[in-house]
Design a protein around this ligand. Structure first.
Ligand code: CMP
Length: 139
């Protein structure tokens, strides 16, 4: 299987609680290579753009407020079967349903503060990676 990419983000709640190191260690141990990484902070408008596909849903405003409430870590990851394998590593979007040993089971506080984001399709991975990284920042 050819190498593939996925985009991941460590959310403000997990950054605030100093979970960045342990989460990155789990990502590396699962065989992902970090192609690009940056600590940054989204403003409300940027969070709205990033989560554009959820516009209109009842959780959208609150999600965008939360995602712009503090620093995040944006990460481009490379691995065979990257999208699917990363979603397995992080577990169910709702941490109450996440499997033991997954990142969300270990570090999520709630459905919104679910520690990490992971792309769900190659098209979204591409769009989300382009949102944060230019070509010179990817190795
Ligand atoms: P994420 O992987 O970042 O993608 C969209 C986010 O919206 C998701 O993780 C959750 O944090 C949040 N989300 C999804 N569904 C709901 C919901 N029903 N209520 C509140 N937040 C949600």
């Amino acid at each position: 299987m050819p190498l593939g990419y996925t985009f991941a983000m460590i959310k403000p709640s997990a950054c605030r609680k100093n979970h960045v190191g342990p989460i990155l260690a789990m990502i590396n141990q699962a065989g992902f290579r970090i192609s690009a990484i940056r600590s940054t902070k989204l403003d409300k408008e940027e969070a709205e753009q990033f989560y554009e596909m959820h516009r209109g849903k009842e959780f959208y405003e609150s999600l965008c407020d939360f995602m712009s409430s503090g620093p995040i870590i944006a990460i481009l990851l490379e691995k065979e079967n990257a999208i699917e394998d990363f979603r397995k590593l992080i577990g169910n979007t709702n941490p109450t349903m996440a499997e033991e040993g997954t990142i969300r089971k270990m570090f999520a506080e709630s459905l919104q503060k679910n520690a990490v984001h992971g792309s769900d399709t190659p098209e979204n991975a591409e769009r989300e990676a382009n949102f944060f990284f230019n070509q010179r920042e990817r190795y």
